[in-house]
Design a protein around this ligand. Sequence first.
Ligand code: PLP
Length: 419
Amino acid sequence: MSDRKTIYLCLAHMSEEGIEQKYVKEAFDTNWVVPLGPNVNGFEEELKQFVGGNHEVVALSAGTAAVHLALLACGVGPGDEVLVQSFTFCASSHPITYLGATPVFVDSEPDTWNMDPVLLEEAIKDRIAKTGKKPKAIVPVALYGMPYDCERIMEVAHRYDIPVIEDAAEGFGSKFNGRVLGTFGKYGVLSFNGNKMITTSGGGALICRDSESKNNIMWYATQAREAYPYYQHEAIGYNYRMSNICAGIGRGQMTVAQAHIDHHKHVQAMYETLLADVEGVTVHKQPATGKYDSNFWLCTITLEPSLEIKGQENAYKEVIKTAVGGAAGVIHAVDCATTDCQPNDNVEALRVFMLEKKIEARPVWKPMHKQPVYKSAPAYVNGVSEAIFKVGMCLPAGPYVTDDDVRYIVDCIKEAIVK
Ligand SMILES: Cc1ncc(COP(=O)(O)O)c(C=O)c1O
């Protein structure tokens, strides 16, 4: 097995024909090497067709920028509160703090692992009672691609007249009742980071309801300038537009977007079949109501706490030296290998076992309400996300993962189990 290549969670995967390079070359050849141009316009048009309806799309430098600008356009500012799903990657909530506002975390429902609509309403009522004003926005998240309960979340949001910003960064092409995620709320966030369903190397987009909101977002994304022959500013803007080079990659990727989505679903179906009889391991599936159509950006499993994994006695004995899960950049070194809220020993042992087998597996996102940086943020919790964090694990799912890889991954999981 030593000549096996490492199977990563999800890697960028270019079109066979190299269409991405054709668009990038065109950008160089025509000297559109700037954060605007034909590829940006073309990519936006293709995204618009993809999401359907009358929606508009603005291409941005990152999904995080899209969250930031959507919040800004919803009027979020210092002293405001925003309701956000706790079980998510930090980019759903960090931009709330960029604006001087406070995230109010809402826990998940067990079926989708996404924002619990009942808890959402409780949180709205309680925030109004405690602060005398309504939260400025609601941010549900399509965790690992799984749609949130769009019907119930939107129903609560409409009743209280609070705008919804859908964080569909992981849910590109996922659908609810046949409709693409990101088109239910006032804004929909997409990410084209290197590990996402399609990539622009780094990038994101915001789905807007009409051209007026698109123009407003575009204005903020290009430094918020007034129409004078010189640079006149009456508001603070940002440099968040997508580069024409990146958009060229995006245009090429749009030709394989559906194939990528189909492949992720195929890998999920294989895990569901091959792990069906493995006691103590449960594959997270979408609710069988016919409404949910997840892209299965990442496939996830949960481990029974009683399941014994090889090497479990050594879990968390040493501090790790590099970030788990392909995180780029610098991570702070730590002195202690444990925190007060971490995955169970068998989950950590399985991660290490899989790594030795050249398979990247990663714990599910640690809920934001358990993150030290948010210790003083209000949170409405039911224990669901914390419980899943202790037992959950992400498995490789991208287009690079072959059928043979899935069988190998499942065999390794079986091999790791002591009893
Ligand atoms: C749920 C979620 N929201 C937002 C983002 C931010 O996207 P980006 O990395 O493009 O800034 C990501 C991914 O990275 C994500 O997983």
